[in-house]
Design a protein around this ligand. Sequence first.
Ligand SMILES: O=C(O)c1ccccc1N[C@@H]1O[C@H](COP(=O)(O)O)[C@@H](O)[C@H]1O
Length: 205
Amino acid sequence: MNCQVKICGITNLDDALMACRYGADALGFVFYSKSPRYVSPETANNIVAQLPPFITPVALFVDATHEEIVSVINGSARWMIQFHGNESEAECCSYQRPFMKALRMKQGDDIVALVDQYPSASAILLDAYKPDVPGGTGEVFDWSLIPKNLSKPLVLAGGLTPDNVKQAVKQVAPYAVDVSGGVELSKGLKSEPKVRAFIGGAKSE
Ligand SMILES: O=C(O)c1ccccc1N[C@@H]1O[C@H](COP(=O)(O)O)[C@@H](O)[C@H]1O
């Protein structure tokens, strides 16, 4: 299976084009102002306008307002949305764009039931849970907690790196992997060797 790869936390055009050159399928842009990877709608839409064809830009929000979301997605018909907060199915659907819903893995959660709350999602992203931090934590969760019978394509996230992505793809067989901190040089800036190694590792399985 060709595992899809999303490189998240893109803040500049050079990193975006570099990730595309090494085979990224999707690029994530963080519109959560408390994140060190925050990017403005103007900058992000300017980058998206210069992306090669067939690359999916993903707009990441954490409990954002309707106005914030619309101010981004109105800039391009190419946007897919990643909801990384406590958004309901009804809210996620209301933008009439393809979306994925992030769920943060806590011991004891009924993941199958949580996934089933989002029947309109194109995919479900599973990330590590850390209190008070919505994502981009760099932490890995216990992949053995992932149920085999999820009703949606799975995007695996949380603490993935060039060193563990191959094992993750082998063990979990996700539809896609998503990485932010694991391919950075510093917060918000991507490392070319790490991006190359990550995508190569994910797609070698
Ligand atoms: O990247 C961020 O700063 C971020 C902020 C708020 C919510 C989500 C965020 N990123 C997403 O978090 C996961 C895991 O990131 P990491 O690889 O562990 O750094 C991933 O889905 C990012 O898209």
